[in-house]
Design a protein around this ligand. Structure first.
Ligand code: AMP
Length: 273
């Protein structure tokens, strides 16, 4: 069965009710694991590839973001996707039409994590995903735990408006890592050899934190491992795994979340304890 490549809104009508995997392309095994998760649930899978301008700040990497579209289509087909939707910006944000952001849930505004460090980000993500859900009309959307706050935000966004999205389930799927522990990311393509080694600091910091007796010592340990790897830390915290708000005591059952910079590359990662 060959892959359908879709550019127009009208072509989507025949594909309603599938499992949907939204991406920004530069596909790697993390993205493809989401396709496989959909197939394992017995569904046909529709991916989207769209580098969404509204979730990048002016000083971020929108222009430089990798766009290897032919390779992406080959990977999507090999993974077993039924269709790939590649909209133009004129379809996503039609001139003269207001594409509004749904109300942001508290997990998008209160934790002080991505919300604090990329203040434009969840407005852009919620706007584009709401638009994609309205166009694609899937019955399920699968997202990576790699972007853990984003997963919780989109689950909350959909749950908060069951009139608009009565039947959509938003499901999280585990983070896929390189053999040495680095979480797969399209932005890893920016890392040269030296930075590739330093990037391991994120997963090593969380491994070290897992051995600490409590949240405060786990956070201190993460900070020091990240600094040893010469990473500039945005946050390195242990939080409630549902609300992402601060917790105390043992780390068990909670979630570690890190964002750190390596020169001009910003990496994020997380894990449960
Ligand atoms: P992106 O193309 O970075 O916007 O990611 C598209 C989807 O793939 C999101 O749901 C991400 O959380 C997910 N994703 C990205 N990297 C990974 C990974 N290493 N493991 C699992 N899912 C991932």
């Amino acid at each position: 069965m060959s892959l359908q490549v879709i550019h127009e809104k009208d072509q989507l009508a025949a594909l309603e009710g599938m499992t949907f995997v939204p991406t920004m392309g530069a596909l790697h095994d993390g993205h493809l694991s989401l396709v496989r998760a959909g197939l394992a649930l017995g569904d046909q899978v529709l991916m989207s590839i769209y580098v969404n301008p509204t979730q990048f700040a002016p000083d971020e990497d929108f222009e430089a973001y990798p766009r290897p579209i032919d390779e992406d289509l080959a990977k999507a087909e090999a993974a077993g996707a039924q269709a790939v939707f590649i909209p133009d910006t004129s379809l996503m944000y039609p001139a003269g039409e207001e594409i509004a952001c749904p109300p942001l849930p508290s997990v998008a505004t209160e934790p002080g994590l991505e919300d604090a460090h990329r203040p434009h980000f969840f407005t852009g993500v919620c706007t584009v995903v709401a638009r994609l859900l309205d166009l694609v009309r899937p019955h399920r959307m699968i997202m990576g735990e790699k972007d853990y706050q984003q997963l919780l935000v989109l689950q909350a966004m959909v749950d908060a408006d069951r009139q608009r999205w009565p039947n959509i389930k938003v499901i999280g799927s585990p983070t896929i890592r390189e053999p040495d522990g680095l979480a797969m990311s399209s932005r890893n393509a920016y890392l040269d050899e030296v930075n590739r080694d330093r990037a391991l600091g994120l997963s090593l910091a969380m491994q070290a934190a897992a051995k600490e007796p409590d949240v405060a010592s786990a956070e201190a340990r993460m900070q020091s491992v990240l600094e040893e790897h010469q990473l500039r830390v945005d946050y390195a915290v242990v939080r409630d795994s549902r609300t992402l708000m601060p917790v105390e005591g043992s780390v068990a059952g909670h979630r570690a979340l890190i964002a750190a910079h390596l020169d001009t590359v910003r990496l994020i990662d997380n894990r449960s304890f």
